[in-house]
Design a binder for this molecule. Structure first.
Ligand SMILES: [Zn+2]
Length: 333
């Protein structure tokens, strides 16, 4: 039973493929006039490649830890006390320790710096790749379960809650969400904004776990879960009724976190572009470049820490699917 449930989260990935795509796509509409033409032209790319970082997790060394930070692994209130800048962090902790507990917020800032450089070079491929990646990483640090060592409820007998909150709920219940977040704003100190996102997500963690316990007491096992066909397999999932009850109790939390992610992505893209000296993006549309499929070279999947609790077998099927889906759409002129 558990294996099938895990398989479902494997299909969906962090924030769920559905939510990551939605978040990246939606961020485009908050951009200022000087940017929105370029991003709208490439909106399918920005949307589809929102999940590339998850596809790289088992193929690229150093990728997995970019998606989370186990803030509570550093002790009480660590989320407020951890060094905000990577160099400061390296003065207190070894790089091995930092990476083993996740480098989410530092990586967000690092990716933003790379995006600024790509804008300066007017390197279309890099701008698109890094914009999509940055959207993914910003999305991840808004997920409460990406800020804790209890990332899949495995320490509190709530195994599977990761995919439930970030995949099942948005897929099932986000139809009526209002994703309007207003215009992108310049961030004076983006590294601190990334930490604010982590703090916000971490504060939401109590409700994520506690409410699931409360609702679970009201639902016997056979009502908590149901079966749905996924890719021809009869798969155990959290039931619609259980999902709705939980979602009601969370009182808009998933929607709020998705909206915060969307706004922050637009702010970061805009800030990177301003910091690069506001290059003329419309001129970059005149000579479309072809973007080729991203190829991951590996003989066997990396043995990285699982965030959604995939088994080895599922990991392999996940990778096979990744190859199938990882299409970098060539532009047509
Ligand atoms: Zn991720």
């Amino acid at each position: 039973m558990i294996a099938l449930l895990i398989f479902l989260s494997a299909e969906l990935g962090a924030w769920g493929f559905f939510a990551h795509r939605k978040i990246n796509r939606q961020a485009v509409f908050s951009l200022p006039p000087e940017m929105i033409g370029f991003y709208k032209f490439h909106i399918e790319y920005i949307t589809e490649n929102a999940v590339n970082p998850d596809r790289r997790r088992y193929a690229v060394i150093g990728e997995a830890e970019k998606h989370f930070i186990d803030a509570d692994a550093y002790g009480d209130s660590a989320v407020y006390k951890l060094p905000r800048y990577w160099n400061q962090a390296l003065e207190l902790y070894s790089e091995v320790e930092l990476r083993s507990k996740g480098i989410g917020p530092w990586n967000v800032y690092h990716t933003k710096v790379q995006l600024t450089e790509a804008f300066k070079r007017k390197d279309v491929k890099a701008i698109l790749r890094l914009s999509a990646d940055l959207g993914h990483y910003i999305g991840d640090i808004h997920v409460p379960l990406h800020t804790t060592k209890n990332y899949n409820g495995q320490l509190t007998d709530q195994y599977g809650i990761h995919g439930f909150w970030e995949s099942r709920i948005p897929e099932l219940l986000s139809d009526n969400y209002d994703f309007f977040v207003g215009k992108a704003e310049y961030l004076e100190r983006p590294q601190l904004n990334a930490w604010e996102a982590v703090i916000g997500a971490h504060l939401a963690l109590d409700s994520v776990l506690y409410f699931e316990k409360i609702i679970s007491h009201k639902f016997p096992e056979d009502k908590k879960y149901s079966f749905e066909e996924r890719n021809g397999i009869n798969t155990k999932v959290y039931s619609r009724e259980f999902s709705i009850a939980y979602h009601d109790m969370l009182d808009g939390q998933v929607e709020r976190q998705m909206k915060r992610a969307i706004k922050m992505i637009a702010d970061f893209w805009y800030t990177a572009w301003v910091d690069a000296g506001q290059p003329d993006l419309n001129s970059l549309l005149k000579n479309p470049v072809e973007i080729h499929e991203e190829k991951f070279q590996f003989s066997k999947p990396l043995d990285v820490r699982e965030h959604e609790g995939l088994t080895t077998i599922d990991k392999e099927s996940y990778l096979r699917k990744s190859f199938y889906f990882a299409i970098w759409r060539p532009f047509k002129d």
